[in-house]
Write a protein that binds this ligand. Structure first.
Ligand SMILES: [Zn+2]
Ligand SMILES: [Zn+2]
Length: 257
């Protein structure tokens, strides 16, 4: 049995809790240590059960609490070298650093993690798949474009945490300055609802049970739009669609396998 809880998702902070009977990890810790602690406890999880933090890329909304969590709970931090090189000062002293390389699977306890390269404006950004027994979880939340490599890795997932950042029209007509709009919609930015739908349509298989629509912009998107557009990709499937919240922990999802 695998348990997954998105503790936060969006430009104000990201963190995902993944565990089974033996191992518990955080993928990113982009909230303050205190807030991560509070959100874990709100879902009846003690932070003491954590075994590690895994970092996807160096943007503040993904690493803000990594240093504090590592020091406070004596957690090793799994991170690739280019990402560590550009975030060392912000992370501060870490309890322990363990390097991974994109494209090379590694194990934390009984979870097998595969980091794959994504197109995003960071030093060496990655998405992840996590395998636990027969379950496969796909995490792709900061990517400007769904490359063939990304699609390949997300095939056969039982649960996907997938970015649907913006509605193209809302972004275009919204308040952001032109250069920020350009950055968001570029190959190195974030996926629109439509791009997310197309990605999901290309990879959704018979094993897919849950899709958590994530990293939604509070300025350039609306929950109803994100869910209905992304949902088109799985309208004839039994997969359950939900939205990852920014300001509270999401539901604990349990995958049997
Ligand atoms: Zn980012
Ligand atoms: Zn982000």
């Amino acid at each position: 049995m695998t348990k997954i809880c998105v503790l936060a998702s969006g430009s104000k902070g990201n963190a995902i809790f993944v565990s089974n009977d033996k191992t518990a990890i955080l993928i990113d810790a982009g909230l303050s240590g205190t807030e991560i602690d509070r959100r874990l406890r709100s879902r009846n999880i003690s932070p003491d059960v954590l075994d590690a933090v895994v970092v996807s890329h160096e943007h503040g909304d993904h690493i803000h609490g990594v240093g504090v969590m590592s020091r406070r709970f004596h957690l090793p931090v799994y991170i690739n070298e280019p990402t560590l090189a550009v975030s060392r000062t912000r992370l501060g002293t870490l309890h322990e650093v363990r390097h991974f390389q994109r494209g090379a699977s590694f194990c934390i306890g009984s979870l097998t993690i595969h980091p794959f390269s994504v197109s995003h404006d960071a030093a060496d950004p990655v998405g992840f798949t996590i395998r636990d027994g027969g379950a496969k979880i796909g995490i792709a939340t900061d990517l400007g474009v769904a490359t063939k490599l990304v699609c390949h890795h997300l095939e056969g997932c039982s649960l996907m945490i997938l970015e649907a950042n913006h509605d193209l029209k809302m972004l275009e007509e919204g308040p952001y300055p032109w250069h920020v709009k350009q950055r968001i919609s570029s190959r190195l930015g974030h996926l629109s609802n439509e791009a997310s739908r197309d990605l999901l349509g290309a990879v959704a298989g018979s094993k897919l049970k849950h899709v958590i629509v994530s990293h939604m912009s509070e300025t350039n998107n609306e929950p109803g739009k994100a869910l209905s557009v992304v949902g088109e990709a799985v309208s004839h499937q039994a997969a359950r669609l939900s939205l990852a919240p920014q300001h509270e922990a999401g539901d604990m999802i349990i995958l049997d396998h």
